[in-house]
Design a binder for this molecule. Structure first.
Ligand SMILES: *[C@@H]1O[C@H](CO)[C@@H](O)[C@H](O)[C@H]1NC(C)=O
Ligand SMILES: *[C@@H]1O[C@H](CO)[C@@H](O)[C@H](O)[C@H]1NC(C)=O
Ligand SMILES: *[C@@H]1O[C@H](CO)[C@@H](O)[C@H](O)[C@H]1NC(C)=O
Length: 417
């Protein structure tokens, strides 16, 4: 059973790494399973608790209480604690400044950063909700969202990690990775010239990440308007949101392969602006001859500026993806595209609204989920609170281990030898 042993050891390594980051109270939350069940018993330090001691609430952040000057975000999260504007005002007042500085330094190093930060948030929210599931790394037994093959053009995880690292020094264990994704995206939009977006916070980090979900939930670049509507409706967004959030393409790029469907050897140049279409076609064809899938800016005029240039491009027959081009062709969406092409403020106002709405997709709040210490690694779960949660980190009870920082020596029960 060499494989089982190896898996057990790797899981131990992961847990031990995670543990080192915790505060004293949270350093030793992971016990070993007893009997045949999944229940965990607490490993307390320095005095071990009696076996019968009830497990204290683990990896919980400070209890949520409505903060002064905060207000509800809307009906979407009714039935559970809502998100709040100013959620971190007292618990982590440096949060906005840290995000602002890290995003600025990332943009200074790479002007395409805003598009990628926006994409991270979008991708996270559309796939299993805004719960930072996108940031979790694959484990030995589970392929995570970020490793699904359609992860191309997803990047800048390092910016999120840098923000998280600084926050863990400033206010350890307080700010969720899910909220960092939202804050970084909003900040990126603003620093690229877009609107200021006040975002409500209080999202918590999810426990799971599954690659197949990335395939089914992201809107494809070859979709017509009906397909886009259906895809967005799956996460509670409407036709207006389709158009508005597509406006994020104003700072985006796409690989040539994602709009290869627009060119076929037999069909005529599909771009209303045929000169532009020919240029795009040869740019991509040239790129592919050296095995390189080139990228094309979706708003060629002002690639790095968050403005209404994307909508002007659509009106001018320069929509790149099928899913862009159809927005000006379909009567359901044409009027709004035209409005945004002529009125940047209308687009900005709508963008703030749709962005916030996207940021409320299937959020975890209150005591759901957890606050990760490192965004790429789920913290050990208290199985007494989440009996079915620990399916990929601990395949069976005998692979659950106790970290080095706990009073008992680091060990994996069972298969280790
Ligand atoms: C994309 O997924 C592949 C596995 O399918 C992985 O090797 C690669 O590192 C991922 N890329 C990014 C940017 O996450
Ligand atoms: C979409 O939802 C917004 C509210 O978020 C609303 O203002 C708008 O009228 C809706 N649009 C459509 C086409 O239903
Ligand atoms: C690009 O920008 C110029 C100057 O602002 C404008 O006149 C032109 O229409 C734009 N082209 C497209 C395709 O949007």
């Amino acid at each position: 059973m060499k494989t089982a042993v190896t898996i057990g050891l790797m899981i131990c390594g992961l847990l031990a790494m995670t543990m080192l980051e915790g505060s004293v109270a949270e350093q030793c939350p992971f016990g070993h399973a007893t009997g045949g069940g999944r229940k965990l018993q607490q490993v307390q330090g320095p005095t071990p608790a009696p076996m019968t001691a009830p497990a204290p609430a683990l990896v919980q952040t400070p209890a949520l209480s409505p903060l002064p000057n905060s207000h509800l975000t809307g009906p979407d999260v009714q039935g559970k604690p809502p998100l709040y504007f100013g959620f971190y005002d007292t618990t982590c007042p440096s949060f906005p400044a840290i995000v602002k500085r890290q995003v600025a330094s990332a943009i200074a190093a790479d002007s395409l950063t805003p598009a990628q930060l926006l994409r991270l948030f979008f991708h996270d929210c559309f796939v299993m909700g805004c719960d930072a599931s996108l940031l979790l790394k694959s484990t030995v037994s589970n392929l995570a969202e970020q490793d699904h093959p359609n992860n191309f053009t997803v990047g800048k995880y390092s910016v999120i990690d840098a923000i998280k690292a600084e926050l863990e020094t400033a206010c350890p264990g307080v700010v969720s990775c899910a909220d960092i994704l939202g804050a970084a995206a909003a900040e990126a939009v603003e620093q690229a010239g877009g609107p200021h977006i006040d975002l409500a916070y209080g999202r918590r980090d999810g426990l799971d990440s599954f690659a197949p979900a990335a395939k089914t939930n992201l809107p494809g670049s070859t979709l017509q308007v009906e397909g886009l509507i259906e895809n967005f409706a799956n996460v509670g967004l409407n036709l207006t949101d389709v158009i508005v959030l597509s406006g994020g393409h104003t700072i985006g790029q796409a690989r040539c392969s994602t709009f290869a469907d627009r060119f076929s050897p037999t069909a005529p140049n599909p771009f209303p602006d045929t000169a532009f279409g020919s240029a795009v076609e040869s740019y991509c064809a040239e790129g592919n001859t050296v095995g390189l899938d080139r990228r094309m800016s979706l708003d060629a005029n002002t690639t790095t500026a968050f403005d209404n240039g994307y909508f002007q491009s659509l009106v001018n027959g320069r929509g790149i993806l099928t899913s862009d081009d159809v927005l000006f062709k379909d009567p359901q969406t044409k009027a709004t595209v035209t409005l945004f092409a002529n009125d940047q403020k209308a687009f900005f106002d709508a963008f703030q609204e749709s962005f916030r709405k996207m940021g409320r997709i299937n959020v975890l709040t209150g005591t759901e989920g957890q606050i990760r210490t490192q965004c790429s690694i789920r913290r050990p779960i208290d199985l007494t609170l989440n009996p079915n949660a620990n399916t990929d980190f601990a395949q069976s009870q005998d692979q659950v281990c106790v970290p080095a920082s706990c009073p008992t020596p680091p060990t994996c029960k069972g298969t280790q030898q």
